[in-house]
Design a protein around this ligand. Sequence first.
Ligand code: NAD
Length: 411
Amino acid sequence: MKAFEAVQHYFDRAADQLALTSNMRTLLMTPKREVQVQVSIEMDSGELHTFIGYRVQHDDSRGPMKGGLRYHHEVDLDEVRSLAALMTWKTAVVNIPYGGAKGGIAVDARKLSHRERERITRKFIDGIHDIIGPDVDIPAPDMGTGPEEMAWIMNQYNKYHGFNPGVVTGKPVEYYGIPGREEATGRGVGILTLKTIGRLGHKSQKTRVAIQGFGNVGSHTADFLHEAECKVVAISDLSGGYYRESGLDIPDALRYAAANSHSLAGYSGGDHVTNEALLELDVHVLIPAALGGVITAENADKVRAPLIIEAANAPIRPDADDMLTNRGVRILPDILANSGGVTVSYFEWAQNRQYYNWNLDRVRQELDRVLTSAFEEVWNLSQERQVSLRTAAFMVAISRVGRATVLAGIT
Ligand code: NAD
């Protein structure tokens, strides 16, 4: 099943519960606009290279479209289209006034020099500046991009349209960014993990957690849950997994990774496990926070955790999702679980438009408020209708987007 089909599958399941007509389904799932641009730059070697850049704008019925910009060699239109649709449902489930979009360039960012990254970013903005903007479509970082690229985007866009810091979020804090944006997705995953285990009647002190991925999302999640006295027994990254039955010393692992170019390679604070074995550990909570598609029909039956929090986008394939749900495994879906990042992006945009600075305490408080309210709504609907948390999250989101579409007038 391709990436967009997987989103369509979850959408249809929720649409069935909502008894949505087929015309409305087509209207809500069809992207509003898809743009593909040529991005030709001179490499440091003097050679000319041509890359392909994409921006898919899925839906704007609830506000300007919002979504990250990914630099990865596997980026293609189908993937960008599926991630753009997920953004529509993500912004709707947390009820922030945005639609959904996503962009990407098919390039291996690790092979680009600093100057090449700058040239490619500015050239891409030259190609799409007239279809983005603070009231239209607001990019943000995603895999392979970060605050630096966002600063270049703002600067390049401003050359065409004048001073507009709200055209992009995830900017450096000292350049119109907001404190707490970097930690926001992982912190949100942590907040929502505690809410879910609380509803399931567990105490954080007794909860054993395994986290796959120790990048931005995984490391901040581990930090938050360790502070909350959960026992984080396993972490991992590209170098493999690290396991300690009595709980890992997370502050030590964070210091190690920070001093080691963000890698856990060579970490000796736990026994080695493979990334595959980490998914099958006997823990209360499993948090995939690295790649999509890591839990499949092949390994779903070996997953022992009764609760999975989808920190990564689409870490569970739809057939595996059915297998897990059928045997009672609870899954907090990506559109809610990792929505902390886009929520704090929204605060950054609001701050930019107010020309007023928010402090970290306020950001954290507001993040907690938004996520708590979204969680309660999804949890209660899932209980009331006896559907999975994923279906409930899609139902909340689709209802909001559908209602806005109808209120605005469809034709
Ligand atoms: P990142 O690049 O900072 O970190 C990724 C981590 O995964 C690294 O530790 C890397 O070593 C590890 N990894 C890569 N390949 C792996 C493999 N084969 N096995 C195990 N580990 C592997 O990325 P991130 O920003 O932390 O994003 C992680 C996931 O969360 C992605 O799916 C992303 O789309 C999603 N996400 C991120 C944000 C955000 O704000 N950063 C928001 C929403 C969703």
